[in-house]
Each structure stands twice: as structure tokens, then as C-alpha cells.
Design a protein around this ligand. Structure first.
Ligand code: ZN
Length: 104
């Protein structure tokens, strides 16, 4: 948790930058977390879902995903959301899909 503050300071220091690398759960490429969309598990209309957290404000475990359709498709196909977020049950990914559609 102490690293969270460091990552938000946008330092160009190499060591700091390395701490801010996350893996996209879709294509599994490593990327700076500033370009990845954070996703958390939350209940939406009574359905446990993967929900975008672009401001990184939600507590709890988060997963990182490139904000693009291709990576969402890959993540859905391999059920990466429920695995990365340890939900134990399949997560609906409609909120993420809608978020990406809204950005396009
Ligand atoms: Zn990706």
C-alpha cells in the first residue's frame, strides 16, 4: 500500500517506474499502470460484476486492463476477471464493456 503514493507521483526515476508496471489481464502485456484501466469487483443491480475504476478510488483488490475492446474480449474469454479479482464466481463484465463503448 505504501507504493500507491509513489506510483501516483509520476516520477521518471527508473526504480519507481518499475513499481508502477502492471500486467493487462487481457493480453498479459506489461504496461505502466497509468495507461491501464483499473477494474474492481462490485455489485451492480444485484449482479457481481467487473466495474471500471478509472480514478483508482475503490478499495479492495483491483485488476488492470488496457482500455480497449480487444483486451476485454481476451479477458472475458479466459475468465480473467474472476481470477484476478478472486471473486470465486464468474463476474459480469458489462460495466467495463459499456465504459469502453462510451469512450470510443
Ligand atoms: Zn491488454
Amino acid at each position: 500500500m505504501a507504493l500507491r503514493g509513489l506510483c501516483s507521483t509520476r516520477q521518471v526515476d527508473v526504480v519507481t517506474a518499475r513499481m508502477c508496471i502492471r500486467m493487462c489481464i487481457g493480453c498479459r502485456e506489461r504496461e505502466d499502470r497509468s495507461v491501464l484501466l483499473r477494474v474492481v469487483a462490485a455489485e451492480v443491480g444485484g449482479v457481481l460484476s467487473a466495474v471500471p475504476d478509472p480514478d483508482r478510488r475503490q478499495p479492495g483488490r483491483g485488476a488492470s486492463l488496457h482500455p480497449r475492446q480487444h483486451c476485454l474480449d481476451l479477458a472475458e474469454r479466459r475468465r480473467a476477471f474472476s481470477r484476478a479479482l478472486r471473486s470465486g464466481v464468474p463476474l459480469a463484465s458489462e460495466p467495463v464493456r459499456e465504459y469502453l463503448a462510451g469512450r470510443a
